[in-house]
Design a protein around this ligand. Sequence first.
Ligand code: FAD
Ligand code: SF4
Ligand code: SF4
Length: 621
Amino acid sequence: MTTDQQPEINREEMQVDIICTGFGPATGGFLTTLSRALIKEDGSPAFDSKAMPGMPPQVICYERADDIGFGVSGIVSKARSIRASFPDFDPTAIPMTHEVTEEKVVYLLDPIGASRRSWLVKLGDLFIKAFKWLLPYKDMAMELPWIPPFLQKHDGIITSMGQFSQWVGGQLMMSGAVQIWPSTPVAKPLIEDNKVTGVRLADQGTDKDGNPDVGFTAGMDIKAALTVVGDGPVGVVGRDLDKHFGLPEGNHIRDWAVGMKMVIDLPDGCELKPGTVIHTLGYPEPEIFGFMYVYPDGIASLGVFVPSWFDNPMRSTYRYMQHWIQHPYLWKHIEGGTIRSWGAKSLQEAGRRGEPFLVGDGYARIGEGSGTTNVLTNSGVDEAWESGVQLAEAVKELLAEDKPFTKENLDATYVKRRRESWLDKESKIAQHARDGFQKGFVSGMITTALVGMSKGKLFIPFKAKRPHDRVPTPEEYYKGRISAEEIDRIRKECQAKGLTMHDQLMEKVGWPEIKNDGQLLISHQDMLLMGGKIQATGSYADHVTFDDPETCKNCETLICAEICSGQAITPDPEGGVAFDREKCVYCGACIWSCSEANKDDPEHSNVNFRSGAGGLHSAEN
Ligand SMILES: Cc1cc2nc3c(=O)[nH]c(=O)nc-3n(C[C@H](O)[C@H](O)[C@H](O)COP(=O)(O)OP(=O)(O)OC[C@H]3O[C@@H](n4cnc5c(N)ncnc54)[C@H](O)[C@@H]3O)c2cc1C
Ligand code: SF4
Ligand code: SF4
């Protein structure tokens, strides 16, 4: 058995021309642009396939999730590149999509006194309260009177990732020029002498450890002249390439966030207009940002981001989202509404600083995994799409000139286009925007404002720490508020029962118990069923494993379990943690939230994350 859980056996092989891993906006942009160039108007091939001579180039995309519409995102986007791809773009053609009509950035004060605020934040809160009659203050919140240009999204759209992907995918499949295969996880890239020659698909019919079991089907090796890596922030193909080739000098992927969202039916009489965009900061903890986008037909998408610089081992995104929606500023709009859907996913927040080697012999990287996300403007979808468009233009050029997909040729076509584009220019401006959060919320806000207002010229340089180097133990975090003895008692009690600690610890420092109402406030387990509509396809190996079980047994935080969006990781009464793949929503938060360094690779944590099918089943997220 190899370390990637696949047995060493002879595998069937298939040859195509271009493989894409993952169907997100990046691959959507790539395939939309390329598919239009592959077949001439008279139906004959515009280029000849090397894999199947006489046919147009064979382009196949493998998507891990069980449907191409099961992605998770907000989305508010200026959609510049998306609109350029569809000159007649009509937002009303896509369900749950609308033009932006109103934008608000809102600072939320703490209405219950449980949030952990520094003295500077408390001072700011006092100031707001003292002058509230002068300020745009209501419902324990202050609407910013002016939105900095770098955050503005006017002329943009709000949409649902699921609906948008279905719309794009539908057009691609109708074109007949490319194939998209959902429910087909890619296990790893195939690398021969530093050249990527294709991918291996995941084995099916295995036990949890990857050993052949009843109905074993070995994942095929799919060989191609070009592998397009668009598998997002935590995709295994991108991360394997990072491991193999390393990152360019000075780059790192140390900044992360998990975004958790729900889609709700707003109550009758809700006054929010379709197209309304609300961004919040300040509550439930200052580091946790929130968003609410109002779709047509009384539907809204709302959620929070818990970042890796939130130095709290009790990073329960779900619980924090429940407190956030109950803030009076939001609750007055949504009380009486009902959940339709729910989801969670990681964001790579290092942006351009996390850019890997964009191309090599036989491969090219696009989308968030290639560092496209703009961490100043908080946008990733249009940027990912644009990178896909640029790669497609480069591929068209190379096909037309019958040149191979070597590093040199991809550099001269794709990387060149990217470096000359608005994508690169804006990502350079943004690259230091999040640095200040390494030192706290206030310095984070100051640095973001400095970078934004000076167009990247001014910033305060703070070195990014590895997430596992900065997260404190519960004893350190709750010092002076809960005694070490009490924390240890709770830890032992929870471990014995297989429960996480955050509910008990948060309630001890003043967070009120959540009173489930069966509509917006429901238990995490019910949310997995009602909103996430989780269903795991059996017979794949466990995709979350813990490299050194002894490290887990001695771990004081079990933060992987505390943050786990699906309650798939739980404390194991025998010590350490247990994983239940049926509940995993593939958010990837456990990868970067583990508090211990990997023994063999201190840049990474003790969590090993592979690929498998299943996960969220909702096309509304
Ligand atoms: C809650 C939330 C809110 C957000 N809000 C906004 C917003 O308002 N505006 C904005 O612009 N951006 C937003 N983003 C960011 C945006 O969603 C991403 O930047 C964007 O989706 C990146 O696109 P991508 O194509 O690179 O990757 P992804 O969208 O991550 O797509 C990658 C695809 O690859 C698949 N995949 C992964 N591994 C494998 C494998 N091994 N085999 C096969 N398939 C695989 C995944 O299932 C996925 O479908 C938000 C993100 C989140 C989580
Ligand atoms: S995976 Fe990391 S956080 Fe989780 S128990 Fe193991 S060492 Fe601790
Ligand atoms: S186990 Fe799955 S659901 Fe839990 S944090 Fe990891 S990826 Fe997310």
